[in-house]
Design a protein around this ligand. Structure first.
Ligand code: AHR
Length: 516
């Protein structure tokens, strides 16, 4: 245990309390009013052919000295299994709209080498293709989300890819899949028609995309038991027109509409802000910007409600996370950034938002899984380290498939700095699939502990037990020299003699506990 962890543990042991502190935030969980189930896919991940996200980070090939199974790194896959990754989106992103699936099947040494025009102009060996991707998701125990190529592809190409993956017939394509090593159809949970059609996916208008989407969807034929959910590629940021138009125009042909929103500290793409070494003004601006996810979901959901009041369509936030200036000395096209306590707080704030909108938000994918943007894992040759974001995902595992419960916060002060303000406490609660009640809490204030008085009407609370993630510095991060600089520590608190329980949350911390 290092010095920081000893400090955290000492703080956490002091963190329990009985009597309600006078200035405590009051938190009520309405356990008698269960809401929607939090789809496990809300904890999905995104792995694009971008930088070292796949090649090096995950895939080293079967002949590598780095221990691997079928070419996939054992260390990275093992770590990802520990956070129960439920779903992986592949092959992009912008990459998807220039990806031709036939380049990635058959003997690897015969596959064409292409240029990854979106991401650094590097060679794309096509070593990872459809079969390799399904090997990965199978090892992870995850579902597959395959993104089709609308930009430079065609209805025919997407239709044939779906047939190749899902057909149980004796068709030439199904037999080709068998010849390439997979007898049974692959299980494709989701298939998207293009990506960011408003930008890198072809600079289309929502009206034009709707027509092309309907044309393509007509030909995405799969046997009923293998039919993926088909996703229409939607809008981003403040733009709700895509949700408005698509929920009207393609309602009958889709299972949901995607939405992308990235958190940038400065709010400006030209100079985004650094991933480490930032000051408090960029701590709070990052949190304020990430909390805009709430209004983005509200607005897109309201737009969809007009055409889909029964909420048949999902709003799939299939790209989200922090996007900083790339680390100095790295290829700007590789989008490599460090990951600090701030990223874990960003992840937890978003999880709490997704839980509150579980009825509509049924799937999300953080960008991205390894070495790219807000990643779970960073690798360097044969070494890997786990990021604070990884630990946030690990702590929130009990929320996968849980039933959300309404949470009300009273007397929750704002934390203000640098002209920004955000609520000090963010929370969510759910009944886990194991029957336990779970509570997640975030203290956004980097300078002050916070007391939160718990209340569950009709139920006495004896104790809370779980984990806390915090540190002395806002930008604490793990490095290959110091891989355990930040990791979760045990956290517990017990009710006092008066039967009341106040949780003392350390400054800048994420807590997930089971409530008993
Ligand atoms: O995640 C990186 C890129 O961001 C994706 O390829 C694209 O869809 C988005 O603009």
């Amino acid at each position: 245990m290092n010095q920081i962890q000893r400090g955290v543990l000492a703080l956490c042991m002091l963190a329990s309390g009985g009597a309600f502190a006078a200035d405590a935030v009051s938190l009520t969980i309405d356990a008698a009013k269960p809401g929607a189930v939090i789809n496990k896919d809300v904890y999905g991940q995104f792995a694009e052919h971008l930088g070292t996200g796949i090649y090096e980070g995950l895939w080293v090939g079967p002949k590598s000295k780095i221990p691997n199974t079928k070419g996939w790194r054992n260390d990275v896959v093992g770590a990802l299994k520990n956070i129960h990754v439920p779903l992986v989106r592949w092959p992009g992103g912008c990459f998807a709209d220039e990806y031709h699936w036939r380049d990635g099947i058959g003997a690897r040494e015969k596959r064409p080498v292409k240029v990854n025009t979106n991401w650094g102009g590097v060679d794309e060996s096509n070593a990872v293709g459809t079969h390799e991707f399904f090997d990965l998701v199978e090892m992870l125990g995850a579902d597959a989300y395959v993104n089709g190529n609308l930009g430079t592809g065609s209805a025919q190409e997407m239709s044939e890819w779906v047939e190749y993956m899902t057909s149980d017939s004796k068709s030439t394509l199904a037999n080709m899949r068998r010849k390439n090593g997979h007898d049974k159809p692959f299980k494709v949970a989701y298939f998207a028609v293009g990506n960011e059609a408003w930008g890198c996916g072809g600079n289309m208008s929502p009206q034009y995309y709707s027509d092309v989407y309907k044309q393509v969807e007509t030909f995405l034929r799969a046997p009923k038991q293998y039919r993926p959910k088909i996703i229409a590629s939607g809008g981003n940021d403040n733009d709700v027109t895509w949700s408005e138009v698509l929920s009207k125009e393609v309602k009958k042909q889709t299972d949901g509409i995607s939405f992308h929103y990235y958190t940038i500290p400065t709010g400006k793409w030209e100079v985004k802000g650094a991933s480490t070494g930032f000051q408090e003004n960029e701590w709070i601006s990052t949190l304020a910007n990430t909390l805009r996810m709430e209004s983005h979901i509200q607005k897109n959901s309201a737009a969809m409600d007009k055409n889909d009041p029964e909420k048949k369509l999902g709003l799939f936030v299939d790209e989200w996370g922090t996007w900083y200036d790339v680390e100095k000395g790295t290829n700007p096209g590789f989008l490599f950034q460090q990951n600090t306590l701030r990223d874990a707080v960003v992840a937890a704030l978003n999880f709490n938002i997704f839980h509150a909108h579980a009825e509509r938000v049924r799937m999300t994918n953080i960008a991205q899984m390894v070495n790219v943007l807000q990643s779970m894992i960073i690798t360097d040759k044969d070494k890997m380290l786990l990021t604070p974001t990884y630990y946030a995902y690990q702590m929130y595992v009990p929320f996968q498939g849980a039933t959300s419960l309404p949470v009300t916060l009273k007397d929750n002060p704002d934390y203000s700095a640098g002209g920004f303000k955000v609520p000090e406490i963010s929370a969510s609660a759910a009944r886990g699939t194991d029957g336990k009640l779970y509570l997640a809490l975030v203290n956004t204030n980097p300078n002050k502990d916070a007391d939160v008085a718990l209340n569950i009407p009709g139920q006495s609370i004896k104790s809370v037990k779980g984990n806390v993630l915090t540190s002395s510095a806002m930008d604490t991060h793990n490095t290959f020299q110091s891989p355990n600089a930040i990791k979760p520590a045990p956290f517990s608190a017990a009710a006092g003699a008066d039967g009341k329980l106040t949780v003392k949350i350390p400054a800048k911390a994420v807590i997930v506990v089971a409530v008993e």
